[in-house]
Write a protein that binds this ligand. Structure first.
Ligand code: F6P
Length: 328
């Protein structure tokens, strides 16, 4: 293990995700295990610039594994995008004698870490924490599994009222520009159609599919729409369009919004976060930097940060085929 690392900082950045606290806990406990001091940095890179630090020992992270959100808070820092901001951050780290950073967040977080490392040669390891699951280099990001389960539970409830009123519901889910959340939650909730940015279904095919559902005797339907979908109409416009073109449908809309980011993390996310947090600390102690830890085929592996940032996490086309077959 590298001798020079004596104090590790940890921060969360970008959109919060359930399981981030489990990752923080894993980093802190690993530091304690290896007799390394751990410093929590509040509010992501903005807290780094402002020197908003707190010493974290093993007890400081008791009972947080089951809590959603992040005890270290998170901010999307514009100031860290400036050289002056990053310089202030570096000076604060030196003053606090912090030797390395664990960065829990998404691709924006990793981009900041990579630039920071290039400018100041400061060791950084990324831990993928975002509900979007859009990070190359890991099969799962922390928070994704919890978000899927939250969404499926919500859609099950929507289906109760949809089937009571023989209605069609458009349900918008998060995911930014990616369709992982929509595709997997749609299949899991038995949606009749799933609209994702990776495959533009087009309005005609959507109408055709809805007509086919009606002909096959379906009295109600659920269409899951990724917020980044590119069909060209938002969910409210889609509802109007369908009502105008298919008068046999009574349509409603439900935008799930930020509830998808909350809730107690699932066991899967807690275990994922624990494995990745431990590995991040051990890599730093081994003198590694500029990589992201991820789970690939149930093995914790590393990916160069610049590769993780610029590469693309491919949608599961076989799952899209499954969803087509299921919606018969
Ligand atoms: O990246 C996570 C995410 O929840 C996206 O799915 C969503 O588009 C975005 O964050 C919302 O950002 P904010 O919380 O800043 O509104």
């Amino acid at each position: 293990m590298g001798a020079k690392i004596k104090k590790i900082g940890v921060l969360t950045s970008g959109g919060d995700a359930p399981g981030m606290n489990a990752a923080i806990r894993a980093v802190v406990r690993s530091c304690n295990y290896y007799n390394i001091e751990c410093i929590g940095i509040y509010r992501g890179y903005q807290g780094l610039i402002e020197g908003d630090f707190v010493k974290l020992d093993a007890r400081a992270v008791s009972n947080i594994i089951s809590r959603g959100g992040t005890i270290l808070k998170t901010v999307r820092s514009k100031e860290f995008m400036t050289v002056e901001g990053r310089k202030k951050a570096y000076e604060n780290l030196k003053m606090a004698e912090i030797d390395a950073l664990v960065l829990i967040g998404g691709d924006g977080t990793f981009t900041g870490g990579m630039v920071f490392n290039k400018e100041f040669n400061f060791p950084c390891i990324g831990v993928p924490g975002t509900i979007d699951n859009d990070i190359f280099g890991t099969n799962y990001t922390i928070g994704y599994d919890t978000a899927l389960n939250t969404i499926v539970e919500a859609i099950d409830k929507i289906r109760d009222t949809a089937s009571s009123h023989n209605r069609l519901f458009f349900v918008e889910v998060m995911g930014r520009d990616a369709g992982f959340i929509a595709l997997n939650s749609g299949v899991g909730a038995g949606a009749e159609e799933i609209l994702i940015p990776e495959e533009n279904m087009g309005l005609d095919r959507l109408l055709e599919s809805l007509k086919r559902s009606k002909r096959s005797g379906k009295s109600s339907s659920i269409v899951v729409v990724a917020e980044g979908d590119k069909i060209g109409k938002n969910v409210f416009e889609l509802a109007n369009y369908v009502e105008e073109n298919l008068p046999q449908y009574e349509v409603r809309v439900s935008v799930l919004g930020h509830m998808q980011r909350g809730g107690s993390p699932t066991c899967f996310d807690r275990v994922l976060a624990s494995r990745l947090g431990v590995k991040a600390v051990e890599l730093l102690l081994d003198g590694k930097t500029n990589v992201m830890v991820g789970l690939i085929n149930n093995e914790v592996q590393t990916t160069e940060l610049d590769l993780a940032i610029k590469s693309h996490h491919e949608i599961n086309w076989e799952l899209l085929r499954v969803s087509d077959i299921m919606s018969i």
